[in-house]
Design a protein around this ligand. Structure first.
Ligand code: 6GU
Length: 215
């Protein structure tokens, strides 16, 4: 079973997605497990503070080391093998190959940063720095969901057809999926390519190969 422990201040932002559709089915089938750790529980002082101003000045607040280390250590105390993923705009760009390499029986801790950033020393306990692309989000929660979704769907048994994840877009190199059609045959004058109705599997395979966009 693949397990994700998500360290976040905003568990309520993550839960609805993980309780829906394929992610929930993966849990239901015993193929995946999602746990949450509230970073606030490890905050400092009466206000359970988790951030502070940057040395050297500058705008915004940074996640402090103490709460983050304590939260990660609380998880690793129970499972020293767990690997830490940090969503950050300066990480390595996420792709299908990276998703595939994590899709195995393992425990991942996703540490969701917030505020303007994090104390650089936090990187000393991070195994994977992941970016979703060249733009900036307000926190690591949306990236965490994207990372989880793209990995969990590759776990055998999660998707309906055992082969769907294998033949689909991007999973087999960088080839894009071929165009697909369902009923009706004629929708507002837009018809389905007749070859797909021919029953000729060889010709259909050839058509699909020719029409799969190569990225
Ligand atoms: Cl992983 N985090 C944030 N905050 N912004 C991002 C990102 C991650 N990937 C792209 N933009």
């Amino acid at each position: 079973m693949i397990k994700f422990t998500i360290i976040t201040l905003f568990q309520e932002a993550l839960e609805p997605y993980l309780k829906t559709s394929m992610m929930w089915k993966a849990v239901d089938k015993g193929l995946a497990k999602f746990d949450f750790v509230n970073l606030r529980d490890f905050g400092l002082g009466p206000h359970k503070s988790v951030d502070d101003t940057p040395y050297g000045g500058g705008d915004g607040m940074l996640l402090r080391c103490e709460p983050v280390f304590a939260a990660v250590e609380s998880v690793k105390a129970k499972d020293p093998e767990a690997k830490v993923i940090l969503p950050t705009p300066v990480g390595e760009i996420w792709n299908q190959e990276k998703a595939r390499s994590l899709a195995k029986d393992a425990h991942y801790i996703i540490l969701c940063p917030h505020y303007e950033g994090y104390d650089e020393r936090i990187l000393s306990i991070v195994d994977y720095k992941v970016s979703l692309g060249k733009y900036v989000l307000t926190g690591g929660e949306l990236p965490a969901l994207i990372i989880i979704d793209s990995v969990v769907r590759l776990i055998p048994g999660v998707l309906g057809g055992e082969t769907s994840a294998l033949v689909e877009s991007f999973s087999d190199g960088d080839n894009l999926e071929y165009p697909q059609y369902t009923k009706p045959y004629d929708f507002r004058g837009m018809t389905v390519p007749d070859i797909l109705l021919s029953g000729n599997h060889g010709e259909i395979a050839k058509w699909r190969e020719e029409h799969s966009g190569k990225a």
